[in-house]
Design a binder for this molecule. Sequence first.
Ligand code: HGY
Ligand code: MN
Ligand code: MN
Length: 417
Amino acid sequence: MTSPPTIDAARFLDRLRALAGVGRDAQGRLTRLAASDADRAGRDAVAGWMREAGLEVRVDRIGNLLGLWRPEGAQGDPVMIGSHIDTVVDAGTYDGCVGVLAGLAVVEALREAGGRPAHPLAVAAFTNEEGVRYAPDMLGSLVYAGGLAAEAALATVGVDGTVLGEELSRIGYAGPHAPGFLRPRAYVELHVEQGPVLEREGTAIGAVAAVQGISWQEVTIEGAANHAGTTPMALRRDAGVAAARVVTWLRARARAGNGRSVATVGRLRLEPEAINVIPARAVFTVDLRDPDAGRLAALEADLAERLDQVARAEDVAVTVRRLARFDPVAFDPGLVRAIEAAATRRGLSVRRMISGAGHDAQMMARLCPAAMIFVPSAGGISHSPHEHTSEAELVAGATVLLDVVRRLSGPPEEPAE
Ligand code: HGY
Ligand code: MN
Ligand code: MN
């Protein structure tokens, strides 16, 4: 190796800024939903940067985009670095994109320093991590890890009535490769924390030891439309009131836990949505999470009981559709220690933590040793245009990622210094 590899910060940050500009609407809001035209433009940009970096670009059947570097002499399965570039609605700049672009920066740093990793390296941008358009979230990595058949995933109908497989074909990212065609020997993901802990503690790096469990459901409440002026209160079957009784109960129930449970109703629609019509139907989503599998199951059971109570009390019919369900996932302890050691060697403060957000790494942990590196989120904010992480924090995270990847892929005689 000619000189120790370093992250080209300017190129990394320039690409992050460029990608942040892909998918903005007339009001400047960033929305790059999975398999949308904006996602295509984002994918095209990332695939172009992968090619510029000399990587072989591969797309699998569920649209996962992978860049592969097979240096001379490299043997066996690749070390994989990944995340996602799809976003939520009116999103921030950093969620997912940091991990994909830092992964690319790591591979370029090694290549440009004349590195000779003992194993190939792969950079992955997984399809539909956010799950906003198609449920469940982390769909591309779930399929890649064998947790869902590609056929079933491709048939998924989105909130907009589109079919994922058709949309991937339309944007030109229904690839030929079988998901999982490259079996990683290890997987590492850099991500913004999306929570307040690192910033509050003044800690530079999070060594993520686990991801909490997640449960997504869609609840439909059927009441009866009627006249807002002529229908006595005692004779109403008001789906809107029934939904409201569930939503306010959910917050109290989550708060009654040990402070780790969270519950969110992110989407709620009333029909026919007219000022003078008692709502006949309410359709809303429930996102429940807890680091403990038992407590998450108890949350779900209590919600089911509450729905029964409200159905009887309000004389409405309730149906539930499951959208996602993933138990908590523990990451590889050795990899977590390697992240802590790499941060410490760089003089960066580091602490172990559990991720409140779901990530592709939790799916890749089904295939190989996996772990994550967090960098601080200003104000703990994410899934918001106010998401922010400083350039210095981003480069520090990418540098720790570089050191960890060198350890995982470096020839035995060249351990990272
Ligand atoms: O919902 C999540 O935690 C992730 O952002 N998909
Ligand atoms: Mn993410
Ligand atoms: Mn997200």
